[in-house]
Design a protein around this ligand. Sequence first.
Ligand SMILES: *[C@@H]1O[C@H](CO)[C@@H](O)[C@H](O)[C@H]1NC(C)=O
Ligand SMILES: *[C@@H]1O[C@H](CO)[C@@H](O)[C@H](O)[C@H]1NC(C)=O
Ligand SMILES: *[C@@H]1O[C@H](CO)[C@@H](O)[C@H](O)[C@H]1NC(C)=O
Ligand SMILES: *[C@@H]1O[C@H](CO)[C@@H](O)[C@H](O)[C@H]1NC(C)=O
Ligand SMILES: *[C@@H]1O[C@H](CO)[C@@H](O)[C@H](O)[C@H]1NC(C)=O
Ligand SMILES: *[C@@H]1O[C@H](CO)[C@@H](O)[C@H](O)[C@H]1NC(C)=O
Length: 174
Amino acid sequence: MAPSRPSLLLLLSVSLLAAARLAAATDHIVGAHLGWNPNINYSDWANNQTFYVNDLISFRYQKNTYRVFEVNQTGYDNCTTDSAVGNWSSGKDFILLDEPKRYYFICPGFCFNGMKVSVVVHPLPSPPGSHNASLSEHSKIHGSGAAASLLGGGGFLGSLAATAAAISAAWIGI
Ligand SMILES: *[C@@H]1O[C@H](CO)[C@@H](O)[C@H](O)[C@H]1NC(C)=O
Ligand SMILES: *[C@@H]1O[C@H](CO)[C@@H](O)[C@H](O)[C@H]1NC(C)=O
Ligand SMILES: *[C@@H]1O[C@H](CO)[C@@H](O)[C@H](O)[C@H]1NC(C)=O
Ligand SMILES: *[C@@H]1O[C@H](CO)[C@@H](O)[C@H](O)[C@H]1NC(C)=O
Ligand SMILES: *[C@@H]1O[C@H](CO)[C@@H](O)[C@H](O)[C@H]1NC(C)=O
Ligand SMILES: *[C@@H]1O[C@H](CO)[C@@H](O)[C@H](O)[C@H]1NC(C)=O
């Protein structure tokens, strides 16, 4: 049996919201337009932006010449790969920063030429206006609209989701 229209709409509003939240994660391109190359001071680049959990760090470089190794602090300080927890070599690598901690990346062979970068990843900030008690009151009154605000927080995305949920709620007839 095909799903009814209202549930499709509700599904749409929820997945739209999920997509929007995913899109909110930033892709930090190492070195910006300079990419991953020797003789660049990447601490200037790293210090100039804020990293949050679920952001991406991406390395763009000449394949077969350079690589990316994730190492620990010792590996970063001494340009060694004994501590490698991952390595990439596609020339365009996207690495998910999924933990709130300091990450270290180096390029073996070119690490002493400056191809090393360390970034601090911060925990996700709590969504704006997350009031526990008032939210449950809210959900009694507004039904699925509150579900959307629970997922979406505030701002444009939140109102977008609330609108979508309101439409589906109207369709269901609550
Ligand atoms: C990179 O720049 C920072 C400050 O901008 C400086 O402290 C650091 O020594 C530099 N690193 C190198 C290898 O030059
Ligand atoms: C820091 O970021 C600003 C704004 O994005 C940019 O204009 C500036 O060139 C950046 N500086 C460095 C050293 O990357
Ligand atoms: C890393 O290098 C420092 C000096 O820069 C040295 O004291 C230390 O023993 C080295 N660590 C390893 C594991 O090689
Ligand atoms: C990094 O890993 C190496 C090899 O596993 C280890 O000897 C070293 O103590 C580690 N350094 C840190 C700071 O955890
Ligand atoms: C690079 O990563 C692969 C797995 O993705 C692993 O099998 C290989 O040993 C790693 N290479 C080094 C030099 O750490
Ligand atoms: C939400 O509830 C949890 C546990 O009940 C509490 O730790 C947290 O501070 C509350 N957050 C707000 C914004 O009231």
